[in-house]
Design a protein around this ligand. Structure first.
Ligand code: NAD
Length: 596
């Protein structure tokens, strides 16, 4: 029989604590909610009220239930109020000495059988536990932000946590409607160990002006389907908390430079820019605690104004290539009303592309997404050619041929001879330096990267890559074209992986390393990222879809270009590729897909 928890205590009512109080009270458990001072207590009370009022306004909580919820919460200043609770969860700032002091005090105040839990994200639960005389009753219960919404709880057992305490806490998580993964005490547990290197890397991109905050966030939302971009997430977590987590992970997790907090973070914390809770972080919010972003001096001008800014008029577009990407890109341009010249290496290839294109457009018609007349009009806008000479009068060329530098360079040299002046020349490369391609022409200022995602007709994102020679007009033109295609164009520098792959693949690689170290299972790691961070797929699901060979190649490129030791491909990934386990396409990758 699992132990019955009728009253729990929560210490610290900040970003996490207030949410944890709500989780317990919503599930019929009485809560003693404790803060350090009366004003802090009032802030905590207001946070709880704001959150439950929003839930009522959204129709997710009945008014009567909200009132009952509030009646279950008893607010108090000081730990003495916790003398008779069954369980305490501590959610004070991420400092070891502070947590140790609080645990020593809790040990004195609470009943001998009370379980003492910490919500720490990165500190050692073991080190916290030894500040008490009952380390076997100390455990980590790591909720995710926002606690009332995110389904995951990481239950962290130390080497001395009693098995029945673990079992009781697991049963409690189930009662709260949460999914738990139980793991050992290691810096960052599962989710944060995989998340924070990525978040810090995104801050580094922002700090180095590689891309704007809006573009970094849009890239990860639209390119990977994440619920929030990394900088918006940093604001939600709180920059002070994020700084402490990174700092601890750096020190505890083998001094991985990727966890050394980017200097900008410390500056922002010092300046009081803590994120949502202080009303300003990477973004500016309506008021402290509000989720509503308002414009500030860094907000880009509305799209129309930006588009007028030096963009050249584009009416006719050439697309070179006959693969999946070229076919998708032709469709996207033709549907958006552009006249398109498709150039392939022969009539047979053109016929194949034309067939694939018709199939795709017909699917749109069958699904009711495209009118027959629009399909015919789109097809009517395309002309098919086997020679680059037909690109003499286009305004934009999009190259989507094989991913080989020598082939692309030769092609751009030819385009340089054929195309009229002022044409924007774009490459869809996903891994080659755009500047190499640009320098094969006499007009590098007109060359950009236009990195579409597969399938191009569906994916809403395009990375616009500007090299150190690209002119502002060419960049503006590329961005305007993306908007006209109904896509979001994000502008970034010419580095390996651009924004999305550079942020995504090291995270996937880290997940493989975690599996390889036997810290957790592929299923639990996938669960943790989906339920703790709201990712649409877990890392192993995604690796099997993308292909392990493709992932390894991208990771190798990143490692070679950036020389970051932490980017070294996981040996397990290399072995699986060598063994021919490439993912869904070979019916086996991290998982066996032969029966599905
Ligand atoms: N922010 C997140 O996204 C997140 C997610 C999961 C876990 N965590 C962890 O939760 C813990 C709290 O983080 P947070 O972001 O909520 O911090 P926070 O700064 O928002 O809130 C901390 C609260 O603790 C209170 N406090 C400080 N000293 C206290 C004391 N002696 N007694 C009682 N209350 C005290 C503060 O007044 C403040 O309200 C940290 O260990 C953090 O790593 C944070």
């Amino acid at each position: 029989m699992a132990r019955e928890f009728s009253t729990v205590g929560v210490v610290g009512l900040g970003t996490m604590g207030a949410g944890i109080v709500e989780v317990f009270a919503r599930n019929g458990i009485d809560v003693v909610a404790v803060e350090i001072s009366a004003p802090a207590l009032e802030r905590g009370r207001a946070t709880l009220k704001g959150s439950t009022d929003r839930a009522v306004a959204k129709g997710k909580l009945a008014e009567a239930d909200r009132d009952a919820l509030h009646e279950r919460v008893h607010f108090a200043v000081g730990l003495d109020a916790l003398h008779s609770v069954d369980l305490v969860i501590e959610a004070v700032p991420e400092h070891l000495d502070l947590k140790q002091r609080i645990f020593a005090e809790l040990d004195r105040v609470c009943r001998p059988d009370t379980i003492l839990a910490t919500n720490t994200s990165s500190l050692s639960v073991t080190e916290i536990s030894v500040a008490t005389s009952r380390p076997n009753q100390v455990i980590g219960i790591h909720f995710f932000n926002p606690a009332p919404v995110m389904k995951l709880v990481e239950v962290v057992r130390t080497v001395v946590t009693a098995p029945e305490v673990v079992a009781d806490v697991e049963a409690l998580c189930a009662r709260l409607g949460k999914v738990d993964v139980t793991i050992n005490d290691r810096a960052g547990f599962i989710a944060n160990a995989l998340l924070f290197g990525y978040l810090n890397h995104a801050v580094g991109m922002f700090e180095s002006h590689y891309a704007t905050r809006e573009d970094i966030d849009a890239a990860m939302k639209l390119g990977c389907g994440l619920p929030m971009g990394p900088l918006a997430l940093m604001d939600l977590i709180g920059l002070d908390t994020a700084y402490e987590i990174l700092d601890t992970m750096y020190r505890r997790g083998g001094r991985d430079r990727r966890h050394a907090p980017v200097p900008l973070l410390k500056q922002m914390v010092t300046a009081g820019l803590l994120g949502r809770k202080s009303g300003r972080g990477f973004y500016t919010y309506e008021r402290p605690g509000s989720p509503v972003v308002v414009s500030d001096e860094a907000t880009p001008p509305a799209t129309e104004a930006a588009l007028a800014d030096g963009a050249r008029a584009i009416a006719k577009v050439g697309v070179v290539g006959s693969g999946t990407m070229a076919t998708g890109i032709i469709e996207v341009f033709a549907k958006a009303g552009y006249e398109v010249v498709s150039v392939t290496r022969g009539a047979e290839k053109s016929a194949k592309v034309c067939e694939a294109l018709k199939t795709s457009l017909n699917k749109g018609v069958v699904r009711g997404k495209l009118a027959e007349a629009d399909r015919d009009a789109a097809l009517g806008r395309i002309s098919w050619s086997a020679t680059l000479d037909h690109l003499a009068d286009v305004d934009l060329v999009v190259e989507a041929v094989v991913e080989e530098l020598s082939v692309k360079k030769a092609l751009f040299a030819s385009l340089d001879e054929i195309c009229k002046p002022g044409v924007v020349l774009a490459t869809t490369t996903s891994s080659l330096p755009v500047i190499d391609v640009a320098m094969a022409t006499q007009r590098p200022a007109d060359v950009v990267g236009l990195h579409f995602f597969n399938p191009a007709p569906v994916m809403p994102l395009v990375e616009v890559v500007r090299t150190i020679r690209t002119s502002p007009e060419a960049t503006a033109t590329a961005r305007a074209v993306c908007a006209a295609l109904g896509k979001t164009g994000v502008v970034c520098g010419d580095r390996s992986g651009f924004i999305v792959n550079a942020l995504l693949f090291p995270y996937l690689n880290d997940a493989v390393k975690m599996l390889e170290a036997s810290y957790s299972t592929a299923d639990d790691i996938d669960h943790a990222m989906k339920l703790g961070c709201g990712y649409p797929m877990g890392p192993f699901e995604l690796l099997d879809v993308v292909g392990l060979d493709v992932s390894l190649a991208i990771q190798r490129e990143l490692y070679l270009e950036l020389r970051e030791p932490g980017f070294a491909p996981a040996p397990l990934l290399e072995h699986l590729v060598t063994a021919g386990y490439l993912g869904r396409k070979t019916r086996r990758g991290f998982r066996d897909h032969s029966h599905r």
